[in-house]
Design a protein. Structure first.
Ligand SMILES: [Zn+2]
Length: 147
């Protein structure tokens, strides 16, 4: 499967979410790598969570990431967010690039917290920043939410 994003033409991806169609497509090779499958599936599910999260909470999460960027925090909690964060560091500073980074970081953070995986080489954000993100997710999702 290849990315449909024209700026990433030809970039291999393992999964894609089609929010309007309510579909997630996964590469069948992921069945051989259960931990990757779990991380990627939960990441994709969090794209649907992001859609339903609402602007106030999306802005809150963005502000959390802006604090990290301002403090020079390196690393991320998944490959997708890492790639988007690198693009920001390379002066790709369009609003769209920032929003994509925030969304991918949200989804990777959700996968990190809820996929039931203990370690991943793609989790490179320092522990102090990880704790802040975990606290934010725990607070936001402490109470059941309407879909
Ligand atoms: Zn994603």
């Amino acid at each position: 499967m290849l990315s449909a994003d024209p700026r990433e033409r030809g970039t291999p991806v393992h999964a894609a979410s089609f929010l309007r169609k309510r579909e997630i497509v996964l590469e069948s090779q992921l069945l051989a790598k259960k931990s990757d499958l779990r991380l990627i599936l939960v990441h994709e599910i969090f794209h649907f969570v992001w859609l339903r999260l609402g602007n106030p909470k999306r802005r809150e999460f963005r502000a959390l990431l802006e604090q990290e960027l301002k403090a020079g925090a390196r690393g991320e909690m998944g490959e997708s967010a890492g790639v988007h964060k690198l693009a920001l560091r390379r002066n790709v500073t369009s609003d769209r690039a920032r929003l994509e980074y925030v969304c991918e970081s949200f989804c990777d953070s959700g996968a990190w917290l809820y996929a039931g995986i203990k370690t991943s080489s793609s989790w490179t954000l320092r522990t102090r920043w990880q704790r802040r993100r975990k606290r934010w997710f725990e607070e936001v999702f402490a109470a059941p939410r309407r879909c």
